[in-house]
Design a protein around this ligand. Sequence first.
Ligand code: PMP
Length: 430
Amino acid sequence: MLSTELQARQKAAVAAGIGTRGIYAERAENAELWDVNGKRYIDFAAGIAVNNTGHRHPKVMEAVRQQAEQFTHTCFHVAPYESYVRLAERLNAIVPTGAENRTMLVTTGAEAVENSVKIARAYTQRPGIIAFSGAFHGRTMLGMALTGKVNPYKKNFGPFPSEIFHAPFPNPFLGISVDDAIAGLESLFASDIDPQRIAAFIVEPVQGEGGFNVAPAEFLIRLREIADQHGILLICDEIQSGMARTGKMFGIEHSGVRPDLVTMAKGIAGGFPLSAVTGRAEVMNAAHTGGLGGTYAGNPLATAAANAVLDVIEEENLCARAAMIGERVTSRLRAIAQRQGMERLGDVRGLGAMIAFELVTDRASKNAAPQLTNRIVAEAEERGLILLACGTRANVVRLLPPLTIEEQTLGEALDILEASIEAAFSAVEV
Ligand code: PMP
């Protein structure tokens, strides 16, 4: 079946609101994916930061196979199982709150975010939540309310839950300093809500969909101070930045700040639907028994996969590997950016293997160049490299190679990337 045929069937069968591109997957292995036309791609999307351990890692596949032979679903509320408990123990040991932890498992990132807010409200007995401009926290009603980007996520879908506020996220590239961001937060306290009514800040240590904007350590430190001053909790959404992606297990570790709650998903289970909230026991246990959970929450196939993923991250030193990939990719991109005629490559940034570059019309105005961005993604796709765009201005290309990518495949991908940037720069005027 060819992708053109599938595209027509999809159009006739699948809701138009679900955006897709024309790559219909047939099989995938580590950092490579083959489509139904037999075309091979190197996968720098990794299922949107999910396959940090690559497609079908043998250890993960074996764990899932063994679990499938025992049982695939009992519902943890009905007949609990060891792999859930083991995963909770392991997450409790690595999530850097600096305190004794507890964990709950659910299925999607948005669900983890929802539950972190439920728990924060139960603990603080306060309603308010402050998220940040450019944030992405999911597509449920609360997820959308917390998300700091209207189009395409929130448009037409309101009204949203109340008591959610947005403060500015620092953006050194666009001239929004940490002081500016903190001033924005203080002005929110003055004009919209008393800090004593705020249950939590929710922040991505590196914004994902928002454009791979790295939160400066100083910003996170000051958020922690303000949180402590007013009895506000700090929730770190590590759904995209977690699980070794940034060169440490969690993005927040780069700042040394201790969060109260951490949300995880995506990379946690190597392609199986699983998410988690881990945090200080005192906070996590504030929600009454029966108040949390779900039918599929902590599905046994997914918990088996996640336990194997944690083994692989450790055994294959994927944190160190992420840092190394990050250096190799960013130095290549920086070299390209310095060449004559490459001025529209405005910024190269990232943390570990969470890497992005921003396209602008020129380096003085820094106006966004979304057309150029789309063209780079298209040129790369043509040449067999899957890239994703992101950013509140739709002008950022993000690179999310599996952390297990072979050296040679990485080199090949970087050559394709460079050729795609060159082709797009000569094809698009601004
Ligand atoms: N938070 C962050 C930081 C994310 O990147 C995402 C997904 N892109 C979500 C939440 C939502 O996760 P899911 O799509 O699994 O609901």
